[in-house]
Write a protein that binds this ligand. Structure first.
Ligand code: FAM
Length: 437
């Protein structure tokens, strides 16, 4: 059975050839136009990035190498005894475009478990941070510090050929994916469970099985399965989202994967991006407090208007690209519907009822281009139900996940020899000059 690296070695030449053809034969083909509204509107809608692992259709939602979420749920191997997609299967699909066999995912799980140990100085660094420092700041610092071990950086200093960049990048990316959950679990223990022992990595478990175990929830199979699904589904959301784009931009300078992904984590830490799941929970709990047990559509509607009239956004709704309910939201809601404890949980019921009312309210409000729930409308609330109630930590879990897609792109960017990213900017005066012409 072929390893991940061997599989990649096989698929890379055809992609290099595809890129060469696009560049030499179609380099002058026009994809779209650039309007001033794109330039001043956060480049929304501008088709200007190459990203192979996933494409986001505004209506259908995300597809990973052409596979929709329901397809992935059918074909990607789960953990032994589990049903949900695991991180290893998703990573394999993202990196190679191929569906792995069960054996291949097991081997990858073992490789990741073997590489998961943190260097001692990183443990010391993380343990020295104050518990009051946001877990995302700690995660970004830890990931950046891991770059002392970067194979890419060491090889670059030695002076390797460009064609060899990707193998060292892959090595760094696999090491980072292996270590991220261990680092993230250590942060959780330090901040929320000080003094409790961190279990050792179990070489027979998958990446997220180990993560759940190290967080202290290994006995809760339902939460572990949820984390598997959540982490697989959040793995990639095409290239333009702020975290993935940051990793790509920083990586394009040939900064190593640790530094690139650490920068991505700080983009993820913003409330309009990864922090949204924390915000959703805070907002839903405040709603729950205010309306009490009488959860009616009418009460929720009033609360939604109160939020909007106070000038705040409704967290968990809207999207930069999507124009329909997020299929990731649907998949997570389906997970809840198949489990009676979750289905009857007050917070999940509130999320469900809110999703029945909010789209109409947001349509009437008339601002957002997408009045439907995004994945974060529900993601944190399931964790809360299972007792993982420390919501400042939620974005860290997102950060463990997004590495799958962002690091995949770094491997491919080096395999394809993609250049430094450097768009052209304009001043307002220069734009006005342009209009006059
Ligand atoms: N509630 C109220 N107003 C909203 C809104 C919402 N949920 N979503 C968008 N708007 C407003 C938006 O603030 C903007 O107003 P201004 O013209 O006054 O600036 C207007 O509607 C047009 O925005 P848009 O074009 O529809 O959305 P953007 O592409 O600018 O922004 C989001 C997309 C996701 C940042 C935005 O919808 C939002 O703030 N949502 C709430 C926060 C959230 O759930 N973020 C999570 C996104 C998620 F998918 C992720 O990254 N994890």
């Amino acid at each position: 059975t072929k390893s991940l690296k061997e599989t990649l070695q096989e698929v890379i030449p055809a992609k290099q050839e595809q890129l060469r053809r696009l560049k030499t034969e179609h380099g002058q083909a026009v994809v779209g136009e650039v309007k001033i509204e794109n330039i001043i509107g956060g480049m929304r809608g501008l088709k200007a990035m190459l990203w192979d692992a996933s494409v986001l259709d505004p209506i259908e939602g995300i597809r990973f190498h052409g596979h929709s979420i329901p397809d992935c749920q059918k074909v990607l191997p789960p953990a032994p005894g589990g049903k949900e997609i695991i991180a290893e299967s998703m990573l394999w699909l993202l990196l190679t475009g191929q569906v792995p066999t069960t054996e291949q995912t097991r081997e990858l799980s073992r490789e990741l478990a073997e590489k998961g140990e943190l260097p001692e100085f990183v443990e010391t660094l993380i343990d020295s941070l104050p518990a009051t420092l946001h877990p995302m700041t700690q995660l970004g610092m830890g990931v950046a510090a891991l770059n002392r071990e970067s194979s890419f950086q060491a090889a670059y200093e030695r002076g390797i050929k460009k064609s060899e960049y990707w193998t060292h990048t892959l090595e760094d990316c696999i090491n980072l994916i292996a270590r991220l959950p261990v680092l993230a679990a250590r942060i959780y223990r330090n901040v929320y469970r000080p003094g409790t022992p961190l279990p050792a990595i179990n070489k027979d478990l998958d990446l997220v099985g180990n993560y759940s175990n190290q967080l202290g929830y290994g006995d809760n199979q339902s939460l572990t399965e949820y984390l598997r699904l959540y982490i697989a589904l959040h793995g990639d959301h095409e290239g333009g989202n702020a975290s993935a784009h940051t990793a790509h931009l920083v990586g394009s300078t040939l900064s190593d994967p640790y530094l690139s992904y650490s920068a991505a984590l700080f983009a993820l830490a913003g409330p309009l991006h990864g922090l949204a799941n924390q915000e959703v929970l805070r907002w839903q709990l405040a709603m729950q407090k205010e309306i009490g047990d009488n959860i009616t559509h009418e009460n929720i509607k009033d609360y939604l208007w109160k939020t909007l009239k106070s000038g705040q956004v409704v967290p968990g709704y809207g999207h930069g690209v999507l124009r329909n309910p997020d299929p990731r939201f649907i998949a997570l809601q389906e997970f809840c519907n198949t489990r009676p404890d979750l289905k009857n949980s007050p917070i999940i019921q509130l999320v469900t009822k809110t999703s029945e009312v909010a789209p109409d309210v947001l349509k009437e409000h008339g601002k957002t281009k997408n009045p439907y729930p995004n994945v974060d409308a529900t993601s944190g609330c399931v964790l809360y139900h299972y007792g993982l109630t420390e919501f400042k930590y939620y974005t860290v879990i997102f950060g463990v996940s997004r590495a799958l897609g962002a690091l995949t792109q770094l491997v491919w960017a080096r395999a394809l020899g993609l250049p430094l990213e450097r768009p052209k900017s304009y001043s307002m005066d220069a734009l006005e000059e342009l209009i006059k012409k």
